[in-house]
Design a protein around this ligand. Structure first.
Ligand SMILES: C[S@@+](CC[C@H](N)C(=O)[O-])C[C@H]1O[C@@H](n2cnc3c(N)ncnc32)[C@H](O)[C@@H]1O
Length: 222
């Protein structure tokens, strides 16, 4: 598994997964994309009051989505429990080279990014009073949870790199994992993926994507 840090156009880092020939984020901006697709279209869409929320992050990777969710929870005094799934964690030495704390202009005392990465896997860990995390080291294909989540961030590698992750069996597991009214967002807007999401029961919205991408998808379990 060969991984290399790359720059994206908003100044934040991403990671190149050489065996798949794809990066973890959009080349136009990693932070920009994660904010748009997961925080804005997913979390903010669902977090309309102070009801506690359960978020499932499919693809923990650099921990960027978890960090942005942690910051949003603190800023808005939300109550969020975040479950992250990742089969191939990056090493801490690698993670420490990523520039998210500085790119987000976080105070130098802010330890959220480090704590999220340094905390133990397979345990519920409180990062601050409004955000706790459970990191599961396992494959997406092993997700077998029902009616537990309000928001799912589906951030797997693109369908051309990992087609099996965008087919009905895994998308059905995600549908089952959501509570009624829950939403799943993804950067992917491929017709075949939207049709499969519909066929497993989701209601689909094609909404404007982040810079460099015309559309993205929000899928709701009605
Ligand atoms: C597009 S990257 C996004 C990662 C993360 N959201 C981030 O912001 O860095 C996809 C992630 O899914 C992980 N992954 C790929 N296939 C997987 C699988 N079958 N099960 C679990 N994790 C997988 C990769 O290791 C990678 O971390």
């Amino acid at each position: 598994m060969s991984r290399q840090i790359i720059d994206t156009q908003d100044g934040s880092h991403s990671v190149l997964a050489e065996e798949f020939g794809v990066s973890y984020h959009s080349k136009y901006g990693a932070i920009q994309e994660s904010m748009h697709v997961f925080i804005e279209a997913g979390l903010r869409h669902r977090a309309v009051d102070s009801t506690p929320l359960s978020v499932l992050g499919i693809g923990f990777g650099t921990g960027l989505n978890a960090l942005l969710t942690c910051l949003e929870a603190e800023k808005r005094s939300l109550s969020i429990h975040y479950t992250a799934i990742e089969a191939y964690p990056l090493s801490l030495d690698f993670i420490r080279q990523l520039n998210y704390t500085s790119a987000l202009k976080l105070d130098s005392n802010n330890i959220f990014f480090n704590t999220i990465h340094e905390c133990e896997w397979e345990k519920n860990i409180v990062i601050h009073p409004h955000f706790s995390i459970l990191k599961n080291k396992k494959k997406f294909e092993e997700i077998n949870i029902e009616n537990a989540f309000d928001v799912i961030y589906f951030d797997a590698f693109a369908p051309n790199a990992q087609p099996e992750l965008w087919e009905a069996p895994l998308l059905t597991r995600m549908y089952d994992a959501l509570r009624t009214g829950g939403v799943m967002t993804t950067y992917c807007a491929k017709g075949v993926v939207k049709r499969t999401l519909k066929s497993v029961g989701f209601t689909i919205e094609a909404i404007p994507g982040p810079p460099g991408k015309r559309e993205m998808t929000r899928a709701t379990k009605c």
